[in-house]
Write a protein that binds this ligand. Structure first.
Ligand SMILES: Cc1ncc(C[n+]2csc(CCOP(=O)(O)OP(=O)(O)O)c2C)c(N)n1
Ligand SMILES: [Mg+2]
Length: 249
């Protein structure tokens, strides 16, 4: 079957875009097809899941269903509805937009934000009698470890602690959920996520940028001593990095 014909047999969300992009259809017909997205098929099914307040995921999560849980929350559902082409004038969309604009923005949810944000905060703390302490994942650290150099260069003392579970843990867990859902082997969930073979020597990386660094620390009994040393270095004006080895649970 011709691809366009096959696409036109699909959901209204696919049909209107096929008519617009592949079938050179008059605009009024495209718009009429697009208006079906809120009434039938995938778009209508998602809209039916919205609660009275305008939230998805039944409004039940740590942030009232705005961003959490992933994929089924208000944020992700709205992204999908946008891709389906639900018109922005739809009153249900408007209600959800207001919720998201008023309370749905995530402060610093982007991985790679940690080291740079810390360097900035450390600069702001200089000469204040306080110093900046940050705890972040190994993934967050590797994505922008170069910010260490900026902090060293700017003489901005700070203590950065890496929670090194040797994986993009959030995503490995997600792959486990998906594997369970699709009856696929759980033992493949680590692929593309674990940062092993070789393990990354984050302390050496940090020293390369000019920081004082210790790690990996495997034994919790060693932590207090290492942190005392690290704080003494920070109080002398240095950037200190401590890599603590943990496990994804
Ligand atoms: C820029 C960016 N890319 C991807 C993501 C999706 N994401 C959320 S958590 C995560 C993994 C983080 O790994 P890590 O910092 O090691 O923390 P862990 O989950 O292992 O504790 C990713 C990739 C994101 N939030 N931001
Ligand atoms: Mg990790």
């Amino acid at each position: 079957m011709h691809a366009t014909g096959w696409l036109l047999e699909g959901d209204p969300a696919i049909r209107w875009q096929t008519l617009r992009d592949l079938a050179e259809t008059a605009q009024n017909i495209v718009e009429r097809e697009r208006s079906r997205v809120s009434k039938e098929g995938w778009g209508a099914r998602l809209l039916a899941e919205q609660n009275g307040e305008g939230r998805w995921a039944r409004g039940k999560s740590s942030d009232g269903g705005l961003y959490v849980p992933k994929w089924t929350s208000t944020t992700y559902t709205m992204m999908m509805l946008r891709d389906f082409g639900l018109p922005p004038t739809n009153p249900k969309v408007q209600r959800a937009c207001k919720l998201l604009l008023d309370g749905g923005f995530q402060p610093g949810g982007g991985i790679g934000y940690g080291p740079g944000a810390m360097a900035g905060a450390a600069m702001a703390c200089r000469d204040s009698g306080k110093f900046c302490v940050g705890l972040m994942g190994d993934g967050d650290f590797v994505m922008s470890a170069g910010a260490i150099w900026s902090a060293v260069h700017q003489r901005a003392p700070m203590l950065l602690v890496i929670n090194n579970n040797t994986t993009w843990g959030n995503d490995e867990k997600h792959q486990m959920h998906v594997a369970e859902d699709r009856h696929r082997p759980l033992e493949n969930a680590w692929i593309g996520q674990r940062m092993v073979d070789p393990d990354i020597d984050h302390a050496t990386v940090a020293r390369g940028y000019g920081a004082w660094a210790k790690g990996p620390i495997f034994d919790p009994a060693e932590l207090a001593g290492v942190f005392k040393e690290a704080v003494a270095e920070v109080e002398r004006g240095r950037v200190a990095v401590v890599e603590v080895r943990t496990q994804l649970v």
